[in-house]
Design a protein around this ligand. Structure first.
Ligand SMILES: C[S@@+](CC[C@H](N)C(=O)[O-])C[C@H]1O[C@@H](n2cnc3c(N)ncnc32)[C@H](O)[C@@H]1O
Length: 431
């Protein structure tokens, strides 16, 4: 069996609970391998091969497994495979019962796993909830079920100065790539009413649509950003709204009534959908308030469209993977989901106007900025994650690797013959 997500290491005395844990993991889309169900041919050889083909060695930790010779052998095999392959497998203990690691029974097993973070599920009585914790812990590792299962996180530190600076650089640079699309949209209207969803501190709304005779409304769930927007830009209206709130549609209606707005001519959603849990619901609500000839503009990203060449050490491939499980960076494969969600939300005349922003033709400073906006922000994010999870060895290793190699990767990036393309996408759609 190839491409196994979880090799399940457990004691046969825990078989009942492990059976239902495997069932739950598989119902969530993960591919599990466990004995005896999946053994074909000789037992020891089958175990070895399965470990070699697995992404995660899931150790079901209990008093029984702590004493099991089989389990200890399997852990040794997993460690030696990890060492030989430079980390192709990650070793993850998950507690399947309440345990006291200081008690004698755990002495031997702790020798192997004491430096690893355990998954300690909140509700140990439910194998479904244990499976959920395991999948959550690994959401970024498995491209196949990641896009469906990854719990998206809001861009939670937008108010951070680093993120603000990054967004300024991003928007300045990307103007080169997207200005034609915006111009096409501006030219379709005389005095348009514009809604910017996830407007942050309002700078982008003003920068892109700040013409006197435009009516501008911005909404964002970040209180500090909205306060800053209100202080800095007085000819637009800003509202502190969470677009995923159950009452978002009603709250938006209230704003429209207050401002005497029947519908919006332009709705702009830039780099926001990738942070949402459910974009289809939002797209439906927005379709309702879009004018009949109105235009929805979506800017987003899909790291699957990135490329870098030459990448002899696979540095860039490694960085995309780091970014995929960066908690702050949203769903990095969101771009590909947008067309489907627009269709499902009832939009027509959907076009993919642009995709892929490359370093070709950029001057030196612009190339530096392109590097900063993607690669520097990942470094900042990993540093943040390292501070948040100080005991997570994987994050620590990634952070150390990235810090040590950052300058070299930068120098490679700045070479004249190096090309990089980032998977930005811009869609337009109508009602
Ligand atoms: C990456 S920033 C993009 C900001 C700006 N639109 C741009 O293109 O530069 C994402 C923005 O979406 C906002 N956001 C994320 N989740 C949100 C939600 N559920 N409701 C409202 N705003 C949200 C964040 O606060 C942040 O301002």
């Amino acid at each position: 069996m190839k491409n196994i997500d979880f090799f399940i290491s457990y004691s046969s005395n825990d078989k009942n609970i492990v059976d239902s844990l495997v069932e739950s993991l598989e119902s969530m889309g993960a591919k599990c391998w466990y004995a005896p169900r999946d053994v074909q041919g000789r037992y020891a050889k089958a175990i070895c091969e399965a470990i070699e083909n697995a992404k995660v060695f899931l150790l079901c930790l209990s008093k029984n497994s702590a004493k099991s010779e089989h389990v200890l052998n399997e852990i040794e095999m997993a460690y030696s495979h990890k060492k030989m392959t430079n980390g192709a497998i990650s070793i993850e203990p998950v507690c399947i019962e309440n345990i006291d690691i200081d008690c004698k029974e755990f002495d031997e097993i702790m020798y192997y796993i004491r430096r690893i973070n355990f998954i300690i599920p909140q509700d140990i009585g439910s194998s479904y909830l244990i499976a959920k914790e395991v999948v959550k812990n690994n959401s970024s590792l498995f491209g196949a079920f990641e896009s469906k299962k990854k719990e998206r996180t809001a861009s939670s530190y937008f108010t951070d100065d680093i993120e603000k600076k990054r967004l300024i650089i991003q928007n300045e640079l990307i103007k080169k790539f997207d200005h034609e699309v915006y111009e096409k949209v501006y030219n379709s209207f005389h005095n348009p009413i514009v809604l910017d969803v996830g407007c942050g501190n309002g700078d982008i709304l003003i920068n892109r649509f700040g013409v006197d005779n435009y009516t501008l409304i911005g909404v964002d769930h970040d209180e500090k950003s909205i306060l800053e927007a209100k202080n800095n830009h007085n000819f637009a209206k800003f509202y502190n709204l969470d677009v995923e709130d159950d009452n978002f549609a009603d709250k938006l209606d209230d704003i429209m009534i207050q401002n005497n707005i029947q519908s919006f001519d332009i709705i702009h959603i830039s780099m926001v959908l990738l942070h949402l849990k459910s974009q289809c619901k939002l797209l439906r609500i927005l379709r309702r308030v879009l004018a009949n000839n109105g235009i929805l503009i979506i800017k987003d990203i899909d790291d699957g469209l990135n490329f870098a060449y030459p990448d002899d050490n696979d540095d860039f491939e490694k960085i995309y993977k780091l970014c995929a499980h960066d908690e702050l960076a949203g769903d990095r494969h969101n771009g590909r989901q947008i067309y489907t969600n627009l269709v499902r939300a009832g939009y027509k005349k959907i076009s993919l106007e642009k995709q892929g922003f490359s370093s070709i033709g950029l001057n030196y400073d612009e190339k530096e900025n392109l590097f900063k906006l993607y690669f520097k922000f990942i470094l900042d994010d990993i540093k943040y994650m390292h501070e948040k999870y100080p005991n997570n060895i994987q994050i620590e290793e990634e952070y150390e690797w990235y810090k040590q190699n950052y300058e070299r990767i930068h120098d490679n990036f700045m070479m004249d013959d190096f090309v990089f393309s980032l998977g930005f996408q811009i869609y337009l759609a109508q009602k």
